[in-house]
Design a protein around this ligand. Structure first.
Ligand code: DGL
Length: 281
């Protein structure tokens, strides 16, 4: 039996998690919802984020999801407990898998001292301190850095690449400022954890900037780590095959054309037949 896995995000970023899921658990059926009409979540209040996350999760459950992946750091940070209480299916967020992966990257701990890591995330995620708590539980000390300009830059397609020197420069400079400020606070950071679903698209640029700042530490992606937790939960029905988005249904709460166009950048393959749905305001 192939399980039906519901995956939701405020928009496109969660497709980076779906991408990892497709390669680790290719035989599942996926329902992906991008709540694009109400994005971004990262600058909203806790009450609003919980309300949005609940309606997105309920929609996927009603459509047949047997397991739910909150492929959004902000929704995980602010609404994981509420979603677990509201839904009769397992709910997996992206934060604990990410911090456990960071702990593995930082092992072994230096004597008597908790290794410090740097977590890059949205404003709402940082203010919730969900990463600090999760890091503490695995023996890490987190410095949480809000990087509010990165989501709009990624959504605009301003991801550093050789063919677009002008836009690459802007994004690289923004990244440099954020990382420099964060490293001043945590000069001994042993890893950088990407605490937002958009940041994997900037992974190479982040690695380059860290090297330029003479701080080349591992960069951890919670998308990969989350997919590993889901795969383990499904006992990895281990038939690794070619990732194939044809077993995915896509839903968006705003322009389906934009979702298909931008979504393929995040998913790494084309996103077809997106259905428009209305979850209210
Ligand atoms: N998906 C959100 C996250 O991972 C980023 C975009 C938003 O702010 O809605 O935190």
């Amino acid at each position: 039996m192939t399980p039906t896995i519901g995956v939701f995000d405020s928009g496109f970023g969660g497709l980076t998690v779906l991408r990892e899921l497709l390669s680790l658990v290719p035989n599942a059926r996926y329902l992906y919802l991008g709540d694009t009409a109400r994005l971004p979540y990262g600058s909203k209040s806790r009450e609003t984020i919980v309300r949005y996350a609940l309606s997105s999760a309920r929609f996927l459950h009603e459509r047949g999801a047997e397991l739910l992946v909150i492929a959004c750091n902000t929704a995980t940070a602010l609404a994981l407990d509420e979603l677990r209480a509201a839904l009769p299916i397992p709910v997996i967020g992206v934060i604990d898998p990410g911090t456990r992966a960071a702990a593995r990257a930082c092992a072994p701990a230096s004597e008597g001292k908790q290794p410090g890591i740097l977590v890059l995330a949205t404003q709402a995620t940082v203010e919730s301190h969900a990463y600090a708590r999760s890091c503490q539980s695995v023996g890490l000390q987190a410095t949480e850095k809000a990087c509010p300009l990165l989501v709009p830059l990624v959504e605009e397609g301003w991801v550093p690449d050789a063919s677009r020197a002008d836009t690459s420069l802007v994004t690289s400079q923004v990244l440099r400022i954020y990382l420099q400020e964060a490293l001043e606070e945590t000069p001994a950071a042993r890893a950088v954890l990407l605490g937002c679903t958009h940041y994997p698209l900037l992974r190479q640029a982040i690695e380059r900037t860290l090297s330029d700042l003479a701080h080349p530490v591992p960069v951890i992606d919670s998308a990969q780590a989350t997919a590993q937790v889901v795969a383990a939960k499904l006992v990895a029905q281990a038939n690794r095959g070619l990732p194939n988005a044809s077993n995915c249904e896509f839903f968006a709460t705003d322009s389906v054309e934009k979702f298909a166009r931008l979504g393929s950048r995040f998913l790494g393959q084309s996103v077809n037949a997106v259905q428009l749905i209305d979850l209210g305001g």
